[in-house]
Design a protein around this ligand. Structure first.
Ligand SMILES: [Zn+2]
Length: 162
């Protein structure tokens, strides 16, 4: 008698239609006009980027919109060596958590134009946007971040985020 089948290995694919909601919709519309919008908590004044529509720490809505800079500080990073569908960066590359100037929480993206062994916490970076005519309401309108050439940010300026 043949052994019973206990498991099979099969490729699986899940596709999502993501409905962004009000706060994220406004954020994405901002991106389409070269503008990074966050929302400030009225109680703790933390600026959420992308905005979530509320502050999870204070449990209040965040309605005041704040434009943040497209420059920031790398607060942590990871070297990616595994391919992923829809990610077009050449392997290996550095995924970063970047605290944009004016934001209260870091934002995930990729840094390019720097050797991987020089990517570091405190590295100052700026967004590289797609051409103006290609701007669209997608985070892909920011191609990547690149070093800004500024001196590294001091640890004290981002310690709570790393
Ligand atoms: Zn708050």
């Amino acid at each position: 008698m043949a052994d019973p089948v206990k498991s099979i290995v099969t490729p699986i694919r899940l596709e999502y239609d993501y409905t962004p909601g009000r706060a994220t919709s406004r954020f994405l519309r901002g991106i389409a006009r070269h503008c990074i919008l966050g929302q400030e908590c009225p109680k703790c004044h933390k600026v959420y980027v992308p905005p979530r529509g509320s502050c999870p720490a204070c449990a209040v809505p965040t309605e005041r919109e704040v434009e943040v800079r497209d420059t920031g500080t790398v607060v942590t990073f990871s070297i990616i060596r595994v391919p992923s569908e829809n990610i077009h960066f050449e392997l290996p590359y550095a995924a970063i958590s970047v605290l944009l100037d004016g934001a209260g929480i870091p934002f995930f993206h990729v840094v390019q134009d720097i050797p991987l062994d020089q990517v570091r916490m405190g590295l100052r970076v700026r967004a590289r946007w797609v051409a103006t005519e290609a701007l669209a309401p997608t985070i892909a309108s920011i191609e990547c971040f690149v070093p800004s050439g500024e001196p590294d940010a001091p640890w004290e300026s981002f310690r709570e985020h790393s």
